[in-house]
Design a protein around this ligand. Structure first.
Ligand SMILES: [Zn+2]
Length: 382
């Protein structure tokens, strides 16, 4: 390993979805991984008071070509483009992914009606997810850095990977529970001080106005709106999902107990008290507009939704994954739309739902983190 490269080795706790040709994960696409990293980094940058452009709009950063130094170039792009590249500026790293192990796609649901839904979401018209594969196992990411400003770039990438492992998820379709990861190497990555160090460096540069600052983008995806809750669940509270009739997809996964792909039931609607969306609607009597703002709009066949409507759920439920002999870990994380809920209220709401869905003696809140507390903890930078 040279000074301009480093590797991150992960173990997936729940499979990874990165899309691919027609949404089929033929190979682990570096673009899917990089897109997901960029998305998290944008939220972090906004939370630290920085500007993150929308690279898909005409307001995306672009260098003029007349800048005389990297300092001037930096001043013409947001902190996200500085790392991930934009017109006239190369991404600061290349990513190589070694052959990643795959496994057959499957899901578990306690309601038969959900099976159609899940089939539609994951295989459109073909309605046959049995042949689809997802990535699962140990995966090595190799980063090759551009030769300038390497220490900063490395610290940002390590911070980002640690953050994703500790509080979020990697890849796409996080709301379906994919992408929970554990970092195996470097071991130091799991150290909180590295997250704080990277965040502090970024925050200092933002405060010192080193980057371009454009018009604020109106989006809930901001670290200040972020909430992450980790729960331990007793295996007995999940037996519904372990039954054979709850299984959808490839039969080779019937016995899979390492993770339970039942996020749809937990987040949307399941039998008994399962289903946060259902609970908000029928027990909490929330208005549809607010439910949609928090949980996203479900797309029905043949229904035309605007891009704004189609917004994915702000709340993600991971797939519960096995931790010990009879317990599972579940992560709930997301960004609250500040017009309807403060982050602390979202935390309370999730706790209330968990209490409703699982009876008290079957779960245990292990860790609750607010993005605003992470920001406050950064040596008074804000
Ligand atoms: Zn930008």
């Amino acid at each position: 390993m040279g000074e301009n490269d480093f590797t991150v080795k992960i173990k997936t706790l729940t499979p990874l979805w990165t899309g691919g040709v027609e949404g089929r994960p033929d190979r682990l696409h570096d673009t899917g991984i990089i897109g997901s990293m960029r998305w998290w980094y944008e939220a972090i940058v906004r939370g630290l008071g920085g500007y993150a452009c929308d690279p898909t709009s005409d307001k995306g950063c672009k260098l003029t070509g007349k800048e005389k130094s990297d300092k001037e170039r930096k001043k013409n792009m947001c902190p996200v483009c500085y790392l991930f590249g934009c017109g006239g500026w190369k991404r600061r790293f290349r990513l190589y992914i070694e052959d990643a192990p795959t496994t057959a796609l499957h899901f578990r649901t306690s309601i038969n009606m959900n099976k159609n839904w899940i089939n539609q979401v994951f295989d459109g018209e073909n309605k046959n997810i049995k042949n689809l594969k997802v990535f699962h196992g140990e995966i090595t990411f190799k980063f090759m850095l551009e030769k300038n400003d390497m220490d900063y770039i490395r610290s940002q990438l390590i911070m980002l990977f640690s953050f994703i492992a500790k509080y979020g998820g990697l890849g796409a379709k996080l709301q379906h529970g994919f992408g929970q990861i554990q970092i195996l190497e470097p071991k130091s990555v799991n150290d909180d001080t590295l997250i704080n160090k990277g965040l502090e460096e970024l925050s200092n540069k933002i405060q010192a106005d080193e980057f371009y600052k454009g018009e604020k983008v109106n989006t809930p995806y901001n670290l200040g709106n972020f909430v992450c809750l980790d729960y331990d669940l007793q295996q007995s509270s999940l037996t519904k999902f372990m039954q054979e009739r709850a299984h959808i997809g490839n039969h080779s996964k019937l016995q899979e107990k390492g993770y339970l792909p039942c996020a749809f039931d937990l987040r949307y609607k399941g039998s008994g008290n399962f289903g946060m969306r259902n609970w908000l609607e029928n027990t909490k009597k929330w208005k549809h507009r607010e439910i949609n703002m928090l949980m996203g709009v479900s797309e029905k066949k043949g229904e035309k939704l605007t891009a704004k409507d189609r917004a994915a759920s702000r709340i993600c439920f991971g797939m519960p994954y096995k931790l010990g002999i009879d317990n599972y870990r579940l992560r709930i994380f997301g960004f609250t739309p500040p017009d309807i809920l403060k982050p602390n209220d979202l935390k309370t709401l999730c706790e209330e739902y968990m209490h409703y869905a699982f009876s008290t003696d079957h779960y245990n809140l292990v860790c609750a983190t607010l993005g605003s507390d992470i920001i406050k903890g950064l040596g008074g930078a804000q």
